[in-house]
Design a binder for this molecule. Structure first.
Ligand SMILES: O=C(O)CCC(=O)C(=O)O
Ligand SMILES: [Fe+2]
Length: 467
């Protein structure tokens, strides 16, 4: 058995280490050890993976896979399991029958359960102040459920754990030196991995739910891969993060904005009557050749560009697009007026849209975008930008509170977008989050997505992260 001090991962080499029992993450292994004091009742098994291309380490295979897609797109990257660690931070007294000790243990277990309920995406009711604010700011699609990503609550609960631990520590300090020491220094023990390093090939991890069979979100299909913190399925308003400056990333979702009959008619009209084009993108400096986007596009609105793609002005609104625009504006109580629509046709499961934010200058800061979907269901994935960025989490922390964290809330949100659904996003969503429609392994039919936007004319050039 090796002592904690023998295990040392250079933080510069770490994408992130996250606690398997709660939302805490850090790049400092020692802080994870410290944090683990907050889970005295459990043994923690912790796995470290490595990117074969750049030696980066991470406890999430899923994040390393994403890292490799972004940073080594042309390489066959293998995610290797390099270390299995086992943390036993129970003390002798944890196993004893001291009554007060047991009571504290039970309290801690209850806190743990509550914290876990938050982490698995169950809706949180938010206070009145929030609901009033949201309703006043943006109207209401229909008084549905509200969800609130209360990482703060979770953190508080974990903080409480931590305080319990410290009070126990003091108690032990008075009564017995050795227990206090063992609480102070939970030990991660290396568990040898049998035989040579075991590579986990990326292809095995490219599992996607089979939306085409109408199964809805099946979180279990992500088994072994990072699960979303929240799956948005129900009609309602959701705040998925809050930045330190108080800016909220908001979603409003209506899974049945149009009936399935209306949606299927509209799909046929748009599929056959819009002049769809497969656009070409110029390579980034140093890149090879021109490539075509894995999807078809139609644009109406003032001129607009992203990356190397320039969409010329088109003021010829198809009546169906105009009708949908008006329906959406009415549903949003005319608080927003859109003057553009980006229509995308995903021909089948192989078509996709990569991680990006719709943050071009043409749309102003904190743009509001309404997205309406027709045809096959696809999974709309959102990930928080800071979490996706390599090197984030270096602030470290104790008891679930990540010091230096700029944004609080969920880290990964999934929204299954089926025919007739409306997803309205606003606030800091394009600043603090990225989204994508990933290519999926399960085959599906064509899908059309319309994003209604407001282009601020005369705003100059554009800046976009990805797409
Ligand atoms: O297809 C979708 O649902 C998303 C499309 C999108 O992100 C975009 O057009 O910017
Ligand atoms: Fe987008």
């Amino acid at each position: 058995m090796e002592a904690e001090s023998d295990i040392n991962f250079e933080p510069e080499r770490v994408l992130l280490f996250d606690c398997p029992l709660c939302k805490f993450f850090t790049t400092y292994f020692s802080r994870l050890s410290e944090h683990a004091i907050g889970h005295p009742e459990r043994d923690i098994e912790f796995v470290v993976y490595k990117c074969s291309e750049c030696e980066l380490l991470c406890s999430s295979e899923y994040l390393l896979q994403e890292h490799s897609e972004v940073h080594h797109p042309d390489k066959t990257v293998v995610i290797q399991k390099v270390e299995e660690l086992f943390l036993n931070c129970r003390t002798d007294s944890d196993n004893g029958d001291d009554e007060e000790q047991q009571q504290k243990q039970e309290e801690a277990d209850i806190d743990e359960e509550e914290a876990a309920t938050g982490a698995d995406g169950t809706d949180y009711s938010r206070d009145e102040e929030f609901s009033t604010k949201w309703t006043t700011n943006a109207g209401s699609v229909g008084g549905g459920k509200r969800a609130w990503a209360s990482e703060k609550n979770t953190n508080n609960q974990q903080m409480k754990h931590h305080q319990q631990q410290f009070s126990r520590k003091r108690q032990f300090g008075a009564g017995g030196q050795s227990s206090a020491v063992s609480l102070m220094q939970p030990g991660f023990n290396r568990r040898p991995i049998g035989g040579p390093m075991q590579p986990v090939h990326l292809m095995q991890k490219r599992l996607r739910p089979n939306w085409s069979q109408g199964q809805g979100v099946r979180q279990q299909q992500f088994g072994g891969v990072m699960q979303p913190d929240l799956v948005v399925r129900d009609k309602g308003d959701y705040v998925i993060s809050v930045s330190r400056g108080g800016l909220e990333a908001r979603l409003r979702f209506d899974p049945a904005f149009y009936s399935s009959e209306a949606a299927s008619q509209t799909f046929n009209t748009l599929a056959t009557e819009l002049a769809w084009e497969q656009l070409k993108t110029r390579p980034k400096p140093g890149g090879k050749g021109e490539s075509t986007e894995p999807r078809m596009t139609y644009w109406v609105g003032p001129k607009y560009s992203y990356g190397s793609v320039h969409l010329p002005e088109n003021s010829n609104w198809h009546p169906a697009l105009m009708q949908i625009k008006q329906d959406v504006e009415r549903a949003l109580e005319d608080k927003v007026t859109f003057n553009a629509c980006l229509a995308i046709l995903y021909r089948d499961h192989n078509d996709s849209m990569p991680w990006h934010s719709d943050n071009e200058r043409e749309m102003g800061s904190n743009p509001a975008i309404a997205s309406v979907s027709f045809g096959a269901s696809r999974l709309f994935e959102l990930r928080r930008f800071d979490v996706a960025q390599q090197g984030f989490g270096g602030g470290g922390g104790i008891g679930g509170v990540v010091f230096g964290q700029q944004i609080q809330g969920f880290r990964s949100v999934h929204v299954p977008l089926s025919a007739g659904s409306l997803l309205y996003t606003c606030g800091s969503i394009q600043k603090d989050w990225q989204h994508r429609i990933g290519r999926q392994s399960a085959s599906c039919g064509p899908r059309i997505n319309l994003t209604f936007r407001t282009i601020v004319t005369g705003s100059g050039g554009s800046k976009r992260t990805g797409k």
